[in-house]
Design a protein around this ligand. Sequence first.
Ligand SMILES: Nc1ncnc2c1ncn2[C@@H]1O[C@H](COP(=O)(O)OP(=O)(O)O)[C@@H](O)[C@H]1O
Ligand SMILES: [Mg+2]
Length: 204
Amino acid sequence: MSSGVFITFEGIDGVGKTTQLNKVYQKCIELGYSVIKTREPGGTNIGMRIRELLLDPGLDEMAQHTEALLYAADRAQHIQEVIKPALKSGNVVLCDRYLDSSIAYQGYGLDRDIALIKEVNKWAIAGIMPKITFCLDQEPEIALKRTKGDRIEQRTIEYYRKVRAGYRHIAISEPDRFCLIDANGTVEQVFHRIWYIIAGRGIL
Ligand SMILES: Nc1ncnc2c1ncn2[C@@H]1O[C@H](COP(=O)(O)OP(=O)(O)O)[C@@H](O)[C@H]1O
Ligand SMILES: [Mg+2]
């Protein structure tokens, strides 16, 4: 169906996803690939409105079900408007967060039923899964020091430990697609770990 390559970046807040996505983007440009970068939540105009709701520290009354559904709604729009068309035209699509974030944050982090989160998102993603996912892995104590404190980022260190453990569960259940990357070290060192896999596995 699609001819492009879909790559996603995951991990807890502050771990370096956006930094590494930008590095991979630059490298792809240098190598002459047609590549786009996008993010969740907020990869579309509608998604930006949803993102404002999701990250507003003033909306602490938001129910957990609402949170999970808003992320899925953002994703549904993103898939239809951005990701699917870009893949169809043969682009490399680099996406900052995707389905695994919902599983880790709303599923494992909030102790919700993982199967249910997957079911809600099944409708949103319309069968589109990344070819590979790089999940940057680091102690929350280190990563969270680099964040600004939006509604989600104000959650406790225990919450982030559960999210990180959730990502590790995904890595065990889908070892081919979901790669844990040690996020400790310099930006260059972490980038080399990622590029080693992209080049070594012939991802592009
Ligand atoms: N390996 C690294 N070592 C030190 N600082 C880093 C590293 N990677 C990213 N940073 C810095 O940490 C902050 C958070 O990085 P960012 O890429 O925005 O994380 P995320 O997108 O996962 O929240 C940024 O200021 C970034 O420049
Ligand atoms: Mg980021």
